[in-house]
Design a protein around this ligand. Structure first.
Ligand code: PEP
Length: 251
């Protein structure tokens, strides 16, 4: 039985003091949730947010990116060890906004995946198709390439730890959610791709989230699907609604 995992992606929102206010609004609800809850916050908020969640068993803090090297002349970058020392447990890798605006490639995502796993961080690796790809009917072909490249030279034991977030680009921040059936079809397809690469045990163990305008109204039907093990939530993670989403996980 895979434990559901709901992660908020705050993107470039919330100063440290705003972050503390938001966390205090959400903390009690998240502590009572029957799932793992992750707050993926801006780097500058990590210390303050981690402190607020001290002692909360099912709540963890995540970063939204990291560099694939552990130190060196990479001005403006942050390493896995830096994140670990601050108490970070998860890191989002390959978000479509990083791919689109910061030129992140599948090859870079693979290097970051390997580095995160080596240093003890759990990657939340994002995959998903554009609207053009969806209309062309090549969604699963595109995602298969993204996954094969992201998991290149990662063994099954490490692969099992990874969270895959299926995020159709056309659904991110648009208010246009994939229907529960559309999302389930692709998440089941992703599990089949993992099965092809690693076999049944890894495919059954790995957790797959849906992300893309998930909110308090649509979360129940999405999270009821057998291959959807949680959500990666952008806009709705910045308000009290986030607790309606974590609270809708029943097991
Ligand atoms: C995201 O950015 O990962 C995301 C899913 O955003 P939103 O929920 O706002 O669509």
């Amino acid at each position: 039985m895979r434990k559901k995992i709901i992660a908020g992606n705050w993107k470039m929102n919330m100063t440290p003091s705003e972050a503390v206010n938001l966390v205090n609004l959400l903390k009690d609800g998240c502590e009572n949730a029957l799932c793992d809850v992750v707050f993926c916050v801006p780097f500058v908020d990590i210390a303050a947010v981690t402190k607020e969640f001290e002692g909360c068993k099912n709540i963890a803090v995540g970063a939204q990116n990291m560099h694939f090297e552990n130190n060196g002349a990479y001005t403006g970058e942050v390493s896995a060890d830096m994140l670990k020392e601050l108490g970070v447990k998860y890191v989002i890798l390959g978000h479509s906004e990083r791919r689109e605006y910061f030129g992140e490639t599948d090859h870079m995502v693979n290097k970051k995946m390997k580095q995160a796993l080596k240093r003890g961080l759990i990657p939340i690796v994002c995959v998903g198709e554009s609207l053009e790809m969806k209309d062309e009917g090549i969604t699963i072909d595109h995602i298969a390439i993204q996954i094969k490249r992201a998991f290149k030279k990662i063994d099954a034991d490490d692969a099992k730890k990874v969270i895959i977030a299926y995020e159709p680009i056309w659904a991110i921040g648009t208010g246009r959610t994939a229907s529960a059936y559309q999302a389930e079809e692709v998440c089941a397809g992703i599990r089949a791709i993992i099965n092809d690469i690693y076999g049944d045990e890894t495919a059954e163990a790995i957790r797959i989230q849906y992300g893309g305008s998930m909110n308090a109204e649509n979360c129940e039907s999405l999270l009821a699907m057998p291959d959807i093990d949680g959500g990666l939530i952008g806009g709705a993670s910045l308000k009290a609604d986030f607790n309606l989403i974590t609270g809708c996980v029943k097991e």
